[in-house]
Write a protein that binds this ligand. Structure first.
Ligand SMILES: [Zn+2]
Length: 479
């Protein structure tokens, strides 16, 4: 009699059946600080239940012995095609964003990926591509002509600002700036782009004007622009811009944050950078600015080191070059700072590129959490999920439901084996999937299952809300 009564009481609860349950995983959530064995119930692309008791689902993933983390959010991912999304997913990344260089035509960029993407995607409207369009630069991804080397007229600056504003009106997730690649852009021009960002409540994602010995000045430039305009600022790859000055840049950022400036930064976990050899980065004098020589450059397509003879040939040809230039102490200082996010700055082209493209996130978990103990697991996960989600949340409110494991949050999850997770890619072989990433979910759909990619396209746009039609036409009348 009593047993029957208990059974009746439990029936409505146990009748709940989820689309998918993840059983017995070590759930690590940087938002609440939870680090405990839990079961997750997922339905309709959302986390519906987090429970210490068993849950019932139409499908199940056994996560015994595995860590269940929010999917990683890569704020700095130049590779934005199916090839790159596969490497991202196998590295635990559920959202890849092109925030630094950005794009000129925001609508076309998002339309191109609609219902086609393995993982979530998004982009800023970029000063570099906009300046290239306004100044008719012949370059490809980065400028090589006027957009790099000529000061803009007042009319051209106004055109750039207008196009940045138009991209923001079309839902760009921020404003991208790569000042080192547009060194002829005046400080006033940069301020104008910050003003356009501030007007739309967007942050600026900036590759600083100059590295190494000049980077303190370069950081002051964007701090001043942020303070004047009110646009938040995010500094790309602090260690590869700061080089030996990185600890000073980190202390400047901490001081500015203490004075309520909204400034953040990121890093990738490698001591080499990568860029285009035809870009302004390699304008005469680069050895002094970067503190390196020809032999520190490695041609990405072949892995060979450069010489005074091969450098001019490759610069004329154009292509990706790896720069072995980041002091280990700079990397360690950024790694140890709990506010520095992890972002890859990666992009593979036909399997060639920098190993950061495919290995950044597993490298942090394997090498820096497990092997060297440079940071704890919760800190690492926070740097790779919650912090980047928070960076975007003001501009893209939907990001409040990413980067955390919370009832109602998007079911973007990375499930990995903490004992084996590791990067597998190298400078010679950048196109290798990370190991130990067992399952990855994007909006509740497994994109990696038992360590294998699935042929699905659950990725959705990360995009700022578009104004309503009535509001948009009113705006057009104003301008
Ligand atoms: Zn950069």
């Amino acid at each position: 009699m009593r047993a029957a009564w208990v059974l009746l009481l439990l029936t409505p609860l146990s009748a709940q059946q989820y689309d998918l349950v993840i059983r017995n995983g070590r759930v690590v959530d940087p938002e609440s600080g939870l680090d405990a064995i839990r079961n997750l119930g997922i339905s309709a692309g959302k986390i519906q239940a987090i429970s210490a008791t068993p849950l019932d689902g139409r499908a199940a993933i056994d996560a015994t012995g595995l860590v269940v983390a929010p999917g990683f959010i890569d704020l700095h991912s130049h590779g934005q095609d199916a090839e790159n999304y596969r490497y991202k997913a196998m590295d635990g990344v559920t959202t890849a964003l092109e925030m630094e260089v950005g794009v000129a035509d925001v609508d076309a960029w998002y339309d191109h990926r609609k219902n086609q993407a393995l993982i979530n995607y998004g982009a800023s409207v970029g000063h570099i591509p906009v300046r290239m369009r306004v100044m008719r630069d012949p370059g490809g991804f980065l400028p090589t002509g006027d957009a790099a080397h000529r000061a803009a007229t007042d009319e051209e600056i106004a055109a750039c600002r207008r196009q940045i504003a138009e991209g923001l009106a079309r839902g760009a997730a921020g404003v991208g700036l790569g000042i080192q690649y547009t060194p002829a852009a005046s400080r006033w021009e940069i301020l104008e782009m910050f003003r356009a960002a501030a007007h739309a409540g967007a942050a600026c994602f900036v590759h600083l004007r100059a590295p190494g010995s000049e980077s303190v000045n370069a950081l002051e430039e964007v701090m001043a622009a942020s303070a004047l305009t009110g646009a938040p600022v995010h500094v790309a790859h602090i260690a590869s811009s700061g080089l030996a000055e990185t600890p000073r840049l980190l202390s400047m950022i901490a001081e500015a944050r203490a004075r309520q400036l909204d400034i953040t930064t990121e890093m990738y976990p490698y001591t080499a950078a990568m860029s285009a050899i035809e870009s302004a980065l390699f304008d005469p004098g680069w050895q002094g600015v970067l503190g390196i020589g020809y032999g520190d450059l490695q041609w990405a397509a072949t892995g060979e080191r450069l010489t005074p003879e091969s450098f001019p040939r490759f610069r004329t040809l154009g292509g990706g070059v790896i720069l072995h230039m980041i002091p280990p102490a700079a990397l360690e200082a950024a790694m140890a700072n709990p506010d520095v996010m992890i972002a890859s700055d990666g992009g593979l082209l036909n399997g060639k590129g920098h190993p950061r493209s495919s290995g950044t996130f597993a490298r942090v978990l394997g090498h820096y959490v497990r092997e060297t103990g440079a940071m704890g697991l919760l800190d690492a996960i926070r740097k790779m999920s919650l912090l980047p989600a928070q960076r975007l949340a003001q501009r893209v409110p939907a990001m409040r439901n990413k980067g955390c494991i919370r009832e109602g949050a998007d079911a973007d999850l990375a499930i990995f084996d903490p004992l084996t997770v590791a990067d597998a890619s190298s400078y010679e072989n950048p196109a290798r999937y990370s190991i130990g990433i067992r399952s990855v979910l994007v909006n509740g759909v497994p994109v990696v299952s038992e360590g294998r990619l699935r042929n699905v396209t659950p990725g959705r746009p990360v995009r700022a809300p578009l104004p309503s039609v009535a509001h948009a036409s009113a705006c057009r009348r104003d301008s």
